[in-house]
Design a protein around this ligand. Structure first.
Ligand SMILES: [Zn+2]
Length: 344
């Protein structure tokens, strides 16, 4: 399989990030000269990247010499991965065969021994990433196990912005690979089994990374279901969030669209703070306790004007399968400590 030109790989990479609604600034690299410098901005956060990217091909050496499942990148004209503070060095490959990216740990490849060394990844890992969005595997190196991450184009922005902790393994490479495959309910156990403050902080980072991954799928799905408009006020000024009905921190929270509501920042804040509620029949209610509390601090006019702008019911998606689940709406209110009469 012939390699795809670096400039084309970079264009496709940047276009993929921009399709996920980020802004990418990239000086065009000189023909064939790696790396490409990129500045990726989403909302208020910017990631500076140095991108090394090759085409992923089947292992060389003819039939029977290399395992049939082996895929690899061959790094040409490079002596090692440069590391700079504040810059994310991405060491990756694009698999045309599976339509996914794979990334190795740049920190473990700061200098190469051979002239054009290769890095391997398993075809199964690439195939899994194509269906689930992300997959990981271990790869032995001279400095211990390296974590290889594969992701599909829809998850590329998440990887670029949030993926670094998955590579930074010390002796927890196996635990990372397990975590990537774990369900959200297993994460609690993963956190609880940590010993020592550093280990706990590190595990928290990893769990946050995986939450960001699930959120990167949840958000576009919820926004699309609600046509990018707030379900309360129909505002669509690109200030619409995907709110979890049952909060992420709760054990029964899921990343299904039926656990989501598209809400503008104002209504999302009011919902999470239990000022505004959505009952299982989709009616919109104001929490009397909160209303009194705001009145006590002389915000009664403000709360009246807030309340007068509310509809009787939220606007739900036309398609029944993606409408908010009544059970989750009830649980969402209970978790936010609404009185029983509302959470029924
Ligand atoms: Zn709104």
């Amino acid at each position: 399989m012939a390699g795809i030109r670096f400039s084309r790989l970079v264009d496709e990479f940047a276009d993929t990030l921009e399709r996920a609604s980020s802004t990418v600034i990239r000086p065009r690299p000189a023909e064939g000269s790696r790396p490409a410098r990129m500045q990726v901005t989403t909302g208020t956060s910017t990631t500076d990247c140095l991108l090394f990217l090759w085409t992923i091909t089947p292992g060389g050496g003819g039939p029977g010499v290399r395992p049939a499942n082996e895929r690899r990148i061959q790094m040409t004209n490079i002596t090692g991965m440069p590391l700079q503070p504040g810059v994310r060095t991405l060491l990756g490959g694009w698999s045309q065969e599976f339509g996914v990216y794979a990334f190795w740990d740049a920190r473990r490849h700061t200098s190469f021994s051979g002239r054009s060394p290769s890095l391997q990844v398993d075809a199964n890992t690439l195939e899994t990433a194509g269906t689930t969005g992300i997959a990981s595997q271990l790869r032995p190196t001279q400095q211990g196990q390296e974590v290889v991450i594969a992701c599909n184009p829809a998850s590329l922005l998440w990887y670029v912005e949030n993926g670094a902790p998955l590579h930074n393994s010390q002796d927890d490479a196996t635990a990372i690979v397990d975590l990537v495959e774990a369900n959200p309910e297993d994460e609690r156990e993963f956190l609880d089994s940590a010993e020592g403050e550093i280990a706990a902080a590190r595990r928290y980072d990893l769990v946050e990374t995986m939450r960001a991954f699930r959120d990167s799928k949840f958000r576009p799905a919820v926004l699309q279901a609600y046509s990018y408009k707030c379900c309360v006020c129909s505002c669509d000024l690109k200030l619409v969030d995907a709110a979890h009905i049952v909060p992420v921190s709760h054990v029964e929270s899921t990343d299904e669209v039926t656990n989501g509501l598209a809400m503008c920042r104002l209504h999302h804040g009011a919902y999470d703070n239990a000022l505004l509620g959505v009952r299982s029949d989709y009616s919109v209610v104001i929490n009397p306790e909160m209303r009194n509390r705001l009145a006590e601090i002389s915000l009664d006019t403000a709360i009246e004007s807030f309340e007068s702008g509310l509809p009787d019911r939220i606007r739900v998606p036309a398609s029944i399968e993606v409408r908010p689940s009544p059970e989750k709406l009830q649980l969402g209110l209970r978790v936010r400590r609404w009185a029983d009469e509302y959470a029924a």
